[in-house]
Design a protein around this ligand. Structure first.
Ligand code: FMN
Length: 167
């Protein structure tokens, strides 16, 4: 399962996930979850509604999760953090192989913050399975996908390691 921290049309992160799905088509079945923007604001008092239940089920059923996200205002995009907050007490990420790619203009603050969150909710292997791609818009093209050689090698290496952590 793949999550894009950017839900805008034409997102670099969404395109990067598509590129990863294309690269791994013979070995992995990657589905980009498109419902992040429909999840309600997290409230611990609220019972799980239909969307939240479906989101949690998708994570539980996935062999692993790949997250690609930009940084917004030196932090994690609210939509993505909101979705993750829904899983904290029900532990969907606990022991789940999880790769984190931050593809942003800079991205280092959001990357560290999300890495810390994923570690505390016990996402499996995330510290080793993390990659920061600065100036992402110059390396991922809408039509061609990943156009930068170093980025391509780093992504391929990350996916190789990710596959090793899948049960
Ligand atoms: C509200 C907003 C805040 C942003 N803040 C940051 C930031 O703090 N650091 C950064 O590296 N990029 C920042 N950016 C730029 C994003 O990295 C850039 O737009 C990126 O391409 C977004 O990812 P996407 O193409 O997947 O939507 C910001 C963009 C927006 C819209």
């Amino acid at each position: 399962m793949a999550l894009s921290g950017s839900i805008r049309k034409g997102s670099t992160n969404h395109r990067l996930l598509q590129a990863i799905a294309e690269l791994t088509a013979e070995t992995l079945d990657i589905t980009i979850y498109d419902g992040l923007g429909s999840l309600p604001h997290f409230d611990p008092d609220l019972p799980d509604g239909e969307e939240v239940t479906a989101f949690k089920r998708r994570i539980r059923e996935a062999d692993g999760v790949i997250i690609c996200t930009p940084e917004y205002a030196h932090g994690v995009p609210g939509t993505l953090k909101n979705a993750i907050d829904w899983t904290v007490s029900s532990c969907e990420f606990s022991g789940k192989p999880t790769a984190l790619i931050t593809a942003s203009t800079d991205g280092r603050y959001g990357h560290q913050a999300l890495l810390e969150t994923l570690k505390v909710i016990e996402a499996k292997g995330v510290e080793q399975l993390s990659l920061l791609i600065p100036f992402a818009r110059t390396k991922v093209d809408k039509a061609a996908g990943i156009t930068d050689g170093k980025t391509m090698s780093a992504v391929q290496e990350l996916i190789r390691e990710f596959v090793k952590t899948l049960d």
